[in-house]
Design a protein around this ligand. Structure first.
Ligand code: MRU
Length: 355
């Protein structure tokens, strides 16, 4: 099904009795909406990155849990819960790094466990919770954007921000985290330009971040990942802001592969490097980033460009999708509750987490 996307962009929406996903594998060339009616199809959509970005896959998984609850035939609540857990396992097996996925599945399971009454009542509560997760995420992103204004240096008046991957509306329920900060800066007339790393191998920066900025008239310059250091050396970048897929209790932050290099370059040029993420991205159970599971994706992402095979036969590949930026390189973590130093994340935020 094909449709023109409306602005603002909502990548995961509930529509009467099914979910509509913007097919992010087709942007920016084609604006296609995929209809999802079954939990297995939602798992496939997450795995194949039709929907991607940590908060967005959390929202998608929440709706996947509700869709799955409609597939269960057991009418006895204990058996129903067992089968719902299995659906949660299938959804959770899609992508290992973004903790929002597991956060959303656990929240849905908890609601199911705590709802008394017949299965129909549990299903009704699951739908309400998935809808709440989606609308809370948009509000959360807007709050992140607002708090992000406080980290903008006073000079120059119009700043150049650099970002990596896509942490925009497409990666959340709407508005975005890192791109939420960009949006707020733009609205406050504090933004000259965004540099968007193209983000090899899947090009989320070139395809998605650039597309979102163009939609809103935000000036955007796409650079290849290897150009970020040069741009910083040339004095073209005032501040870096990126999203995150999982932040450990000590503030180490996993984000799209290449983020760590950007952080190192920023440090070398005394450019502040910030991470923007909701509380649902913080994994208080992991003491540090060394234990964050890093997804490895298929090598074809590296050697295939459309129909073109880039490398000679016999080459081996390594394709980790994420890396971990040590807390020491992060000036602050911008959350919906304010901006925190990485070392303060646990003491100041853990008590607010949805557990
Ligand atoms: O592999 P992806 O496209 O799902 O990776 C997305 C990112 O790394 C984003 O920066 C992160 O999820 C933050 S999204 C607000």
């Amino acid at each position: 099904m094909s449709a023109k996307l409306s602005s603002p962009v909502y990548p995961v929406t509930w529509c009467n009795d099914h979910v509509q996903l913007i097919d992010q594998t087709k942007l920016p060339g084609e604006h296609t909406v995929v209809e999802i009616r079954r939990s297995g199809d939602m798992a496939t959509a997450i795995q194949t990155m039709i929907v991607r970005g940590a908060p967005a896959i959390g929202v998608a998984a929440a709706f996947g849990m509700y869709l799955g609850s409609r597939e269960i035939t057991a009418s006895e609540p204990a058996l129903f819960l067992e089968q719902l857990k299995e659906i949660g396992q299938t959804l959770g097996a899609t992508r290992p790094t973004a903790v929002n996925l597991f956060w959303a599945i656990s929240r849905m399971l908890k609601v199911a466990q705590e709802t008394s009454g017949p299965v129909s009542e549990i299903q009704a509560q699951l739908l309400q919770t998935a809808l709440a997760i989606a609308s809370e995420d948009v509000q959360t992103c807007k709050a992140i954007g607002e708090h992000g204004l406080s980290i903008l240096p006073a000079e120059p008046q119009k700043l150049c921000l650099l970002t990596h991957c896509n942490a925009g509306a497409l990666a959340t329920a709407g508005y975005g985290t890192a791109l939420g900060v960009v949006r707020s800066a733009w609205t406050a007339d504090r933004l000259a330009r965004v540099y968007a790393d193209e983000t090899r191998p899947r090009l989320q920066g070139a395809k998605l971040t650039a597309w979102e900025c163009v939609q809103e008239g935000i000036p955007v310059t796409v650079i290849s990942d290897g150009m970020a250091a040069h741009c910083m050396q040339q004095g073209m970048v005032d501040l870096v802001v990126v999203g995150a897929d999982r932040i450990a209790a000590n503030g180490d932050a996993a984000n799209k592969i290449g983020t760590y290099s950007v952080a190192l370059c920023a440090q070398a040029h005394q450019i502040p490097f910030y991470v923007a993420a909701p509380l649902s991205t913080i994994d208080f159970d992991l003491p540090d980033g060394s234990q964050i599971p890093i997804e490895e994706r298929h090598p074809s992402e590296l050697y295939q460009l459309g129909d073109l095979n880039l490398c000679p036969p016999g080459v081996e590949f390594y394709n980790p999708a994420f890396d971990v930026t040590p807390a020491a390189l992060i000036a602050g973590i911008i959350t919906e509750h304010g901006v925190f130093k990485p070392e303060d994340v646990q003491s100041k935020l853990q008590h607010l987490a949805h557990r």
